[in-house]
Design a protein around this ligand. Structure first.
Ligand SMILES: Nc1ncnc2c1ncn2[C@@H]1O[C@H](COP(=O)(O)OP(=O)(O)O)[C@@H](O)[C@H]1O
Ligand SMILES: [Mg+2]
Length: 300
């Protein structure tokens, strides 16, 4: 089959691994640079140019959309959907996963267990909201952050007020969340493909940090997931409409809590620490989906 990987560079680890896996499975693979795509909507037809040339219609698209180009990237993914090409993941699911505030609303609306979360745009009632989260310290995170950047543990109402004013001044939405202290510096990353957990690891932060992200110096450990954890990871990705998802969970005495669901999860850490060939799992799922007829989602 003809596979297109939407990515800005073929040298990124995850992209490179997807190319390798596609070739190993005998596919014809092209890396489509998201920003080199022109989208054509003329006379009710949809087409796509890549570097100015018509792109031969792929059988399946694997989007790897970096956060810096989310907006245009979503339109490119949607164009493929409108052309009837199966995509993993679709633009709507990617969009939802990119905004921690909208994702928190969604998760709560479908009864996924998450840490208590609030959002606000002016300081009225701030102290009361912090109290509802159990009082300081609380977690503050930018709505569109990733890799742990900007995720902060705030120790007092005064500092929360100061950081809030700063974020609002920068036009940044953020969420405030109960700090799950028993999980300090540890979390679980479950990698879900096609409704199944294909690999999982526990991430343990560098001593000094409460964030377990590998990009913040955390290390991983292979992990056999207890059922409650894999079920929650699968339920979360399915509800959000994601075929490929990196689900972050916190471990608590009362079971798993859902932190976030990533729609372009990195392959490097998970493959390194678990030894699982995640790229091949994604390609196998892409093969299944390429055989399906897709009905384009014309809304949103
Ligand atoms: N409510 C919380 N309680 C305890 N630790 C948290 C909480 N929220 C985030 N963390 C820690 O910070 C890390 C980054 O947070 P996350 O919500 O996954 O944002 P990012 O998109 O930047 O990875 C998590 O992996 C976890 O280790
Ligand atoms: Mg995360």
């Amino acid at each position: 089959m003809r596979v297109a990987i939407l990515s800005r560079s073929r040298f990124i680890y995850s992209t490179r691994r997807l190319i390798e896996a596609a070739k190993e499975r005998g596919h014809d693979v092209t890396v489509v640079n998201t920003l080199a795509c022109a989208l054509v909507m003329v006379d009710g037809n949809f087409a796509l140019l890549h570097h100015g040339q018509p792109l031969e219609r792929p059988d399946v698209v694997i989007p790897r959309i970096g956060t810096s180009i989310t907006e245009y990237g979503l339109s490119v993914v949607k164009q493929f959907e409108l052309m009837g090409v199966p995509v993993l993941n679709n633009h709507r699911a990617i969009s939802l996963s990119r905004d921690k505030l909208r994702a928190a609303q969604f998760m709560a609306s479908v009864d996924l267990p998450t840490p208590p979360t609030v959002a606000l745009r002016d300081p009225a009632g701030l102290e009361g909201l912090v109290a509802q989260l159990g009082g300081p310290p609380v977690i503050v995170k930018p709505a569109r952050g990733t890799q742990g950047v900007g995720v902060m543990l705030m120790e007092s109402v005064e500092s929360i007020r100061a950081i809030s004013e700063t974020m609002w001044g920068l036009g940044q939405n953020f969420i405030m969340q109960k700090f799950v202290s028993e999980a300090r510096g540890r979390d679980v990353r479950a990698f879900v493909v096609g409704g199944r957990v294909v690999a999982a690891m526990r991430r343990i932060s560098d001593e000094s940090d409460f964030r377990a992200n590998i990009h913040r110096g955390g290390r991983g450990q292979q992990l056999t997931l207890p059922r409650a954890y894999s079920q929650l990871a699968v339920r979360a990705s399915t509800k959000m409409g994601l075929e490929v998802a990196g689900v972050d969970l916190l471990e608590t005495r009362l079971g798993p809590l859902l932190l976030e669901v990533n729609s372009s999860p990195g392959l490097e850490g998970i493959e390194r620490y678990t030894g699982v060939n995640v790229a091949t799992a994604i390609l196998k799922r892409a093969e299944d989906l390429s055989r399906r007829k897709v009905r384009p989602d014309i809304t949103g």
